[in-house]
Write a protein that binds this ligand. Structure first.
Ligand code: APR
Length: 242
């Protein structure tokens, strides 16, 4: 086994990895934020002001990922294969709230911005698997109260999940790969700078175009994720004889 086998890998993914599965990105010309305002649907204030509108937005998106035509693509599958074959830890940290990484087989996975197929009760904090539309009148199956169920997603102004675990993985990794994210949203956009501070990991950006933070990466591959990611995974696995 080569020296390469000794390092753990952390992979940050964003909406670009799910684009070729048929899900919209946020900031491309045809992206979600070109159609609705963040302030109207993705903040705690929006939910307080107009919960029906926020619920409609996430109910539609939940229906979108439950569409049988939406499936993991070759990039999701390649990352699952890397986790299976790489002789050290491979952690996928995704900003995506879809379920395509887990459906492709990724197991060491953190949904730092939450999951669309879960709901949370603001009264009793229960987190439950959820596929149905949510409305204000939806009762919490745990505590029985209404006017408390919300999508288990992280809105602007809320703290992403598991930042301590992510920070620890970033401090230990030997390779950091960012895939399909525009680098506009912190703290994820700052992960490459964190990795650089520790000084012992290579960093690689994979995207359609240079991201906001592109100059901080050691290397880059530009093109559709379904082509670039499987190629990279093959290259990495060759270095460990797989
Ligand atoms: N392959 C690779 N990259 C792609 C592809 C593709 N097929 N298609 C688009 N991209 C790239 C775009 O060029 C863009 O840089 O994916 C990136 C997507 O960027 P955003 O739309 O900003 O999505 P993301 O970075 O995931 O957004 C971060 O913002 O609104 C919030 O909470 C939301 O998690 C999201 C966060």
């Amino acid at each position: 086994m080569s020296e390469k086998s000794k390092y753990p890998i952390v992979i940050l993914t964003g909406a670009g990895i799910s684009k070729e599965s048929g899900l919209s990105t946020f900031r491309d010309a045809d992206g979600i934020w070109a159609q609705v305002n963040i302030e109207d649907v993705a903040t705690p204030e929006a939910f307080e002001r107009d919960p029906d509108q926020v619920h409609r937005f996430y109910n539609d998106r939940r229906d979108g990922i439950l569409d049988p035509a939406i499936k993991p693509n070759a990039a999701h599958e390649a990352l699952a294969k890397l986790e299976e074959k790489w002789p050290n830890d491979v952690l996928v940290v995704t900003q995506n709230i879809d379920n395509l990484h887990e459906r492709a087989g990724s197991r060491n996975l953190i949904h730092m911005h939450g999951e669309l197929l879960k709901a949370r009760c603001s009264h009793c904090d229960a987190v439950l698997a959820w596929e149905a539309p949510i409305i204000v009148e939806t009762l919490c199956p745990k505590c029985g109260q209404d006017n408390g169920m919300r999508p288990h997603v992280v809105w602007f102004g809320e703290e992403p999940f598991m930042l301590d675990v992510i920070g620890d993985a970033l401090s230990r990794c030997g390779l950091f790969i960012s895939i399909g994210t525009s680098g506009n949203v912190y703290p994820a956009a700052g992960f490459v700078a964190t990795v650089k501070q520790f000084g012992h990991a290579e960093s690689l950006e994979i995207n359609m175009e240079p991201s906001e933070g592109h100059s901080l990466f050691d290397d880059a591959l530009y093109g559709p994720a379904t082509q670039t990611v499987p190629k990279l995974v093959e290259q990495l696995l060759r270095t460990v004889g797989e």
